[in-house]
Design a protein around this ligand. Structure first.
Ligand code: GSH
Length: 209
């Protein structure tokens, strides 16, 4: 297998952490998003959506987003189970993973891509070339505050985002909290449950990736 990565970018970081938690090693190809390599003909053939992460299988077929890659790797190597074991645990983790992605990752993306100079004309990923909408940046910042509140309340009665065990939802939440730093948002002092959780997941060796 071959993993198309970009070291500073948050989405492939989710997969890097997932791979490390599985104890797997997959050769990596670095894609330079800052130099817009994703829009070059070579990479557009690899992934027409022009995003990383991408996982290329040994037969040349490719999986072109985080959810698909993690589902594949979990089927490929079941333990430790990061997507859950029992039917209910799988459902709980999928439920929380969706919230962490839509309320966390996407809120930060909305805030960042609609105001940072480097994303002018590229407010959404892909080839369409969407212009920035400043009101969406404001909305994104407000959504991050709400996300931090939600995360804190989720973690008030459990050690991990989806329950008693570390899962993919913790990976996405950790990456979302760090990604929020890109728009100068940090977990507030009063979010004591989320801060306790952050300290524990951020201490895992995989979080250094
Ligand atoms: N939901 C997708 C999002 C992928 C994504 O947005 N990746 C960003 C890096 S974090 C990217 O490739 N951006 C390219 C660009 O900005 O043009 C996934 O998780 O795979």
């Amino acid at each position: 297998m071959k993993f198309y990565d970009c070291a500073p970018a948050p989405s492939p970081r989710r997969v890097r952490i997932f791979i490390a938690e599985k104890g797997m090693e997959i050769p990596t190809v670095e894609v330079d998003l800052r130099a817009h390599e994703q829009h070059g003909d070579a990479f557009a053939t690899i992934n027409p959506h022009r995003t990383v992460p991408v996982l290329e299988l040994d037969d040349g077929r490719r999986i072109t987003n985080t959810a698909g890659i993690c589902a594949y790797l979990e089927s490929f190597q079941a333990r430790p189970a990061l997507l859950g074991e029992t039917p209910l645990e799988k459902a709980r983790i999928a439920e929380m993973e969706w919230r962490m992605e839509t309320q966390g990752m996407m809120a930060v993306g909305e805030a960042l891509r609609n105001r940072a100079r480097g994303f002018r004309g590229r407010a959404l990923t892909g080839a369409a070339g969407f212009e920035q909408i400043p009101e969406l940046a404001e909305r994104g910042l407000r959504r991050i505050d709400l996300y931090f509140e939600e995360l804190d309340s989720i973690l008030a009665d459990r050690p991990f985002v989806a329950g008693e065990r570390f899962s993919i939802a913790d990976i996405t939440a950790l990456v979302s909290v760090d990604f929020a730093g890109w728009v100068k948002k940090r977990l507030p002092e009063q979010a004591v449950h989320a801060r306790r959780w952050y300290e524990s997941v951020n201490a895992r060796p995989s979080a250094r990736l």
